[in-house]
Write a protein that binds this ligand. Structure first.
Ligand SMILES: Cc1cc2nc3c(=O)[nH]c(=O)nc-3n(C[C@H](O)[C@H](O)[C@H](O)COP(=O)(O)OP(=O)(O)OC[C@H]3O[C@@H](n4cnc5c(N)ncnc54)[C@H](O)[C@@H]3O)c2cc1C
Length: 579
């Protein structure tokens, strides 16, 4: 070893300090020595930005049941969700929320002191009869409240945190995961973490799109690393657009705003969701509401003929907005100078959530292929993973639930597996490979700028591969992405030092984003039907005959390969999705 590399060994290494990573860390800390690596300061993960709530059929405000939650999630997923996983999640939801409460999460309360609940898109009672209050919340800072409670619990259990450590590689040898290689951002030094088990909990990749609610750090690094390592990604064509992003900015206005009674209005003053979803109207699932908004805009019914509609909260008492939606109310004032109690909010769909990701079994073990073989010692949970509970479209509040339920299950799976996992040093060749990639970026002499390529990629994905898609536009996107990937080979950096070189990290992230953008576009090209968030104008119908299956995309050299895995159907047969 020539350079000052630092070696560490842990039983369990967790990539990401979001809710999935923290919950997995807590579980694994009961029986193993745990490290959590995060490229940001741990409590600055995107989970902290979650506003609206976490779903559990507590029935505190009206009758509810896990079975209805199971049905809603399946129907919301446009029947692509695997029902064994959905059943597990919905059955475990009540215990999960009570556990979080006991860990110190300050949930908002009803008059009698129970955990308060509000309405959210696609949450219904009696199998779709009427909306139900199922979302448990801490005003509109639910993610923040849960992250801090879990972070404190991890501190109590001596979990080792490595803040601002950027993971560059996940080492897998002959189907066995050996650990990770990371860059300490402050010093620019490389650290090697050998471990028996690695949990990938690195969140989403909304930054492939121009308009997004996602944090700047949501670049999907680890998905791309695993793709390059020959592992598949599942259902990448399904990317959720949230209906209500602040116009021009993409900053999220929680669905909780509609849960509290907010309505969407077009330029005629019409509550247009009555036409698209007569039963639950503005509380229809996100894929439907996003398409409805963009259809209104296309038909010339955007406000003042422009490309946005209004989210109107002016009829909701100011006290309720101040108590239950303080965060979004502040956002509207700061970013648009609008007081939502007085004026409607201009909104447009914003790229929000990746339904697809690293395929896992229901205990977080990462799948090698569609046959169910797993990678020894490698686990994934949270938004980066695809279990799949969300199928083609996620319901609001089911992601926070997913992170905590499946983060915990990954921890439990490691407990079962650990006696068969061994700790071995990561080979020097692996470290040299990573280091030489960094060196070549630092010494690059090209003329291309990172920002230009990233911006163009985000535009292409937004214009050609977002809410509405067509074979022609997707092909156009793929061509352009290929060109951009070539251009990315000849970038040059202004900062050639190692310490706190954020430009270097942006270069690394750009490669990952381009990789994932291609995975999305190519998977979207294959799926010749419309389902959930994947809407093909050239194939506008859902096709259960041919497409009740999950896409597995692999990258082989410079080629892409697709295989498919059947959907797990248990209780609920596919039916037409009416709301
Ligand atoms: C604005 C907003 C509001 C939302 N509101 C809700 C809601 O109300 N209810 C709901 O259910 N869902 C909501 N969601 C979705 C939900 O918050 C996320 O899907 C979920 O929090 C993701 O958690 P996670 O643990 O998977 O990842 P994250 O919280 O995104 O954490 C990822 C972690 O991985 C680390 N990381 C990533 N790459 C690397 C790397 N290369 N090296 C080291 N570390 C790395 C990051 O630093 C971070 O610590 C919302 C999402 C957004 C964007």
């Amino acid at each position: 070893m020539k350079k000052d590399f630092f070696r560490h060994s842990f039983d369990t290494v967790i990539i990401g300090s979001g809710l999935a990573g923290l919950r997995a860390a807590l579980e694994a800390s009961e029986f193993s020595k745990v490290a959590v690596l995060a490229k940001m300061y741990p409590t600055r993960c995107h989970s902290t930005a979650a506003q609206g709530g976490i779903a559990a059929a507590l029935g505190n405000e009206e009758p509810d049941s896990p079975e209805w939650h199971y049905y809603d999630t399946t129907k919301g997923s446009d029947f692509l969700g695997d029902q064994d996983a959905i059943e597990v999640m919905c059955e475990d939801a009540i215990r999960t929320v009570v556990e979080l409460e006991h860990m110190g999460v300050p949930f908002s309360r009803t008059q009698e002191g129970k955990i308060a609940q509000r309405r959210f898109g696609g949450h219904t009672m009696e199998f779709g009869r009427a909306p139900v209050r199922r979302a448990c919340y801490s005003a509109d800072r639910t993610g923040h409240a849960i992250v801090f409670a879990l972070y404190e619990q991890c501190q109590l259990r001596n979990v080792h945190f490595f803040p601002e450590f950027h993971v560059l590689d996940i080492v897998i040898e002959d189907g066995i995961c050996r650990g990770v290689i990371a860059l300490e951002i402050a010093t620019g030094r490389i650290h090697i973490f050998s471990s028996k088990a690695v949990v990938v909990a690195s969140g989403g990749y909304g930054r492939v799109f121009k308009t997004t609610s996602n944090a700047h750090a949501s670049t999907g690094d680890c998905l791309s690393i695993l793709l390059d390592r020959g592992l598949p990604l599942e259902d990448m064509e399904f990317f959720q657009f949230h209906p209500t992003g602040l116009y021009g900015l993409g900053i999220l206005i929680t669905e909780g705003a509609r849960g509290e009674g907010g309505i969407l209005i077009n330029n005629k003053g019409e509550r247009f969701m009555e036409r698209y979803a007569p039963t639950i109207k503005d509380l229809a699932p996100r894929d439907m509401v996003s398409r409805a908004i963009l259809s209104e805009v296309k038909a010339g019914r955007g406000i003042n003929g422009r490309d946005y509609v209004h989210l109107d909260l002016t009829h909701i008492p100011r006290k309720i907005i101040e108590e239950r939606l303080p965060e979004i109310s502040t956002f509207c004032k700061i970013y648009l100078g609008i007081d939502p109690s007085e004026k409607p909010i201009p909104v447009l769909p914003t790229a929000h959530y990746a339904m697809g990701g690293i395929p896992t079994d229901i205990d977080g073990r990462v799948l090698m292929d569609e046959t169910g073989r797993t990678v020894v010692g490698l686990y994934a949970a949270g938004e980066c993973a695809c279990v799949s509970v969300h199928g083609a479209n996620r319901l609001g509040c089911n992601s926070l639930l997913d992170t905590v339920v499946f983060g915990r299950r990954a921890g439990k799976a490691i407990k079962k597996d650990i006696k068969n996992l061994s700790l071995e040093d990561i080979k020097d060749e692996e470290i040299d490979r990573t280091d030489s990639i960094l060196e070549s970026l630092l010494n690059s002499k090209g003329s291309e700028k990172i920002g230009d390529i990233r911006e163009r990629m985000q535009e292409v994905m937004m214009d050609d591969c977002s809410v509405f898609r067509h074979e022609d536009t997707i092909r156009q996107a793929i061509d352009e992405l290929e060109k951009l990937s070539l251009r990315a080979e000849s970038i040059s950096l202004k900062d050639r030092t190692r310490r706190f070189n954020t430009e270097l990290l942006e270069a690394v992230e750009l490669r990952h984003l381009l990789n994932l953008a291609q995975a999305v576009a190519r998977s979207a090209l294959q799926r010749r039907e419309s389902r959930g968030a994947h809407y093909r104008e050239d194939y506008p119908k859902r096709d259960d005959q041919s497409w009740m299956k999950h896409t597995f995309v692999f990258k082989r050299e410079n080629d892409w390969k697709f295989t498919y895995k059947p959907v797990v159907i248990k209780r609920f047969q596919p039916e037409e999705r009416r709301y």
